[in-house]
Design a protein around this ligand. Structure first.
Ligand code: G3D
Ligand code: MG
Length: 204
């Protein structure tokens, strides 16, 4: 690679990072109903607990978290509206799958099926469009509740280690009510988004 090309690549990487800091990355929050998506979004937006009403349609907020700006979409998680997730997640920069860490084995299995379905659909879309996979953050929410599983237990129950190698993912603990862990989780997601963008640029 010639010096000019190296400078060109370095320049575009730096501008890519600057753009990421100043242009909000799009992120979509999905997950079963009552996992805490809206509570997490409103906590990130207002820095305090806001009692959320069940989401009809979607909520969209511009938030600053984990050292970056985000345009965050929170989509309803009830069974009848889950088919809509794919429309919201088609062109996103990142995905957050919120899980109630204290849920029963049956509910976790339901979450596993939905998560695996979603990542498979996304994989097919990304292959068709020759795009990189948007990073996935599994937010292990409701860590304050008794019986909450830890991140390793949840990763296993949701089948995260079996996801394709091309799918970047992380699982982070949080409590959306107190806000504990949310900023660290968003910082981890931000790192994955920056890495994915760098890799996509380097491929061009
Ligand atoms: P959803 O948007 O995923 O459907 P919501 O979920 O944000 O509406 O939250 C569903 C319920 O879970 C709410 O309680 C909310 O307060 C609660 N919740 C969200 N996050 C946490 C958490 O980290 N810990 C605990 N203990 N509760 C949480 P209600 O009683 O209003 O239904
Ligand atoms: Mg909601």
């Amino acid at each position: 690679m010639g010096v000019h090309r190296v400078v060109e690549v370095a320049h575009s990487l730096v501008w890519g990072l600057v753009a990421l800091v100043h242009t909000p990355a799009h992120v979509v929050l999905v997950g079963l109903d009552s996992s805490g998506k809206t509570t997490a979004l409103l906590r990130l937006k207002y820095g305090q607990y806001v009692n959320a009403v069940p989401t009809v349609g979607f909520n969209c907020e511009k938030v600053r978290a984990g050292g970056a700006q985000w345009l965050a979409w929170d989509v309803g998680g009830a069974e009848r509206v889950r088919p809509l997730w794919r429309s919201y997640t088609r062109a996103t920069d990142a995905l957050i799958f919120v899980v109630d860490s204290s849920s029963s084995s049956e509910r976790l299995e339901e979450a596993r099926v939905e998560l695996q379905r979603l990542t498979k659909q996304q994989n097919a879309q990304c292959v068709a469009l020759n795009k990189h996979r948007p990073p996935l953050l599994v937010l292990a929410n409701k860590q304050d509740l008794p019986g909450a599983r830890d991140v390793n237990g949840l990763a296993k129950a949701l089948g995260l280690p079996e996801l394709q190698e091309s799918q970047p993912w992380a699982v982070m603990p949080a409590c959306a009510v107190t806000g504990e862990g949310l900023d660290e989780a968003m910082a981890t997601l931000h790192t994955l988004v920056v890495k994915a963008r760098k890799q996509a640029k380097a491929k061009k």
